[in-house]
Design a protein. Sequence first.
Length: 97
Amino acid sequence: MMFDPQGPGRDTFDIRCADAVELVTEYLDGALNASDLAAFEAHLAHCEGCTIFVDQIRMTIHLTCSTSGTGPEIMPPDLDELLSRLRQRATGTGPTV
Ligand SMILES: [Zn+2]
């Protein structure tokens, strides 16, 4: 795991937005282990952007499930796009639109 010199670094288990984004789907699946879950929730506690992002993903999955009748493991087609966009923004490696 790389350290971001400009990152907050307040807690030993602090993670960046890019890391949090990686964990969102597993978090909503309840598939995170205890330490990942703790780090993820700690990040949400001080990151409004990721809190909103999680809400949006949760809503998207909920809508998809209720309209298609498929299980939560089936991703909506635009979720990948959404995730990669936020990941690029968080890491600053993506193209600026
Ligand atoms: Zn964040």
